[in-house]
Design a protein around this ligand. Structure first.
Ligand code: NDP
Ligand code: GDR
Length: 333
């Protein structure tokens, strides 16, 4: 039975990856921070049999302990401060977690491996935010980086470190340069979920409007369930490498609003959407669209959910959740 250690198991991707690896027969270990993390119950419900270990990406000895206990064949480093907007407000914490956290987990693997450092396969959750300011369209593995946020800078550090540990120590270390991926499990601070949840609540009469920032930026949005499959595929190759994972399509926030509101029968969303400077960023990434050819050719990977299919799935899930919550509020005042 192969053994996998996942940092960030309480996040969107950690849940999908844990589910996928369990279905493939892995023994799954997950790193959980804090002394009473409220997301533990959800993780244990979605990933039956998961073994949770206490640890934090800002604490090297806890990572060494987690590696020693789990003895992993594969490590997926998904833990991070992942919200770009927050990264300006908590830049130091973002650097420590999203950037230096990569150094610590790589060191934990190197220190515990002894002479057999190439035995463990390592996946780093890198990001299209490393491309940042548009230098080439579509963005591919060779596109120069120009990150536009403390988050993007920290991810770029983590990416180069992953490449460097592969070259320095012969580690099987891969970096997945993943474009935005979403799902009903997406955090409510991200724009897709903020919109689909808001639309569901407006349709049910629970909310009057949604307040957003920049409506003109464009993103390449895919389904998270597809993207964790690409992570796993990277670690099954003969040689470690870095891959762009994307759909190859780009859509604006306005198009996201078109599709989400249409799902509940509203054609003109203008009366329901407000803008507030609070949600604009000090520096924006205007356009992201990835070229996933290498992942498709080498990994045999392809996205299975369209943009409209993804937004519909998320609106439907939020409608169901909001109805359920309203029902519970009625029965348990
Ligand atoms: P989430 O924000 O949903 O999850 C982040 C995870 O990191 C949570 O489990 C969180 O734990 C954990 N975490 C935060 N701080 C620490 C810490 N100090 N020590 C240990 N764990 C910590 O992100 P996603 O699942 O969406 O993304 C997974 C990874 O992929 C992230 O690294 C993200 O930056 C990256 N990425 C995501 C993309 C996307 O579109 N989703 C695209 C490209 C890259 P807790 O529950 O305790 O907060
Ligand atoms: P992003 O995702 O920054 O691309 O990072 P997010 O959904 O936060 O923003 C996407 C775009 O929407 C614009 N926007 C708003 N965003 C938020 N969150 N809230 C708003 O109200 C709002 N209004 C407009 C943003 O300005 C931006 O242009 C995500 C994260 O998952 C990262 O961890 C990951 O690395 C990248 O995707 C790829």
């Amino acid at each position: 039975m192969p053994r996998a250690l996942i940092t960030g198991i309480t996040g969107q991707d950690g849940l999908y990856l844990g589910e996928l690896l369990t279905a493939k027969g892995y023994e799954v270990f997950g790193l959980v921070r804090g002394q009473s993390n409220p997301k533990v119950a959800t993780v244990e419900r979605i990933i039956p049999g998961v073994q949770l270990l206490e640890g934090d990406l800002t604490d090297l000895s806890s990572l060494i302990g987690a590696v020693e206990i789990s003895q992993p064949d594969e490590v997926y480093n998904l833990g991070a401060i992942s919200f770009v907007g927050l990264s300006w407000k908590q830049a130091e914490l973002t650097g420590e977690t999203t950037g230096m956290g990569v150094l610590r987990i790589l060191e934990a693997l190197r220190i515990t491996a002894g002479s057999d450092v190439s035995r463990v396969r390592f996946y780093q959750a890198s990001s299209s935010e490393m491309f940042g300011k548009v230098r080439e369209t579509p963005q591919r593995e060779t596109t120069p980086f120009h990150p536009r946020s403390p988050y993007g800078v920290a991810k770029t550090f983590g990416h180069y470190l992953t490449v460097n540990y592969r070259e320095s120590y012969d580690m099987f270390a891969c970096s997945g340069m993943l474009f935005n991926h979403e799902s009903p499990r997406r955090g409510i601070e991200f724009v897709t979920r903020k919109v689909t949840r808001g639309v569901a609540r407006i349709a049910l009469g629970l909310q009057d409007s949604i307040t957003l920032g920049n409506l003109d930026s464009r993103r390449d949005w895919g389904f998270a369930g597809d993207y964790v499959d690409a992570m796993w595929r990277m670690l099954q190759q003969d040689e470690p490498d870095d891959y762009v994972v994307a759909t190859g399509e780009t859509h604006s926030i306005r198009e996201l609003l078109d599709v989400a509101f249409a799902r509940v029968g509203i054609d003109d969303w203008e009366p329901y959407v407000k803008q507030d400077p609070r949600f604009f960023r000090p520096a924006e990434v205007d356009l992201l669209v990835g070229d996933p050819s290498k992942a498709m050719d080498d990994l045999g990977w392809k996205p299975t959910v369209t943009f409209t299919g993804l937004v519909d799935m998320m609106v439907d899930a939020d409608l169901a959740l909001e109805r359920q919550a309203a029902g519970q509020a009625l029965t348990h005042p």
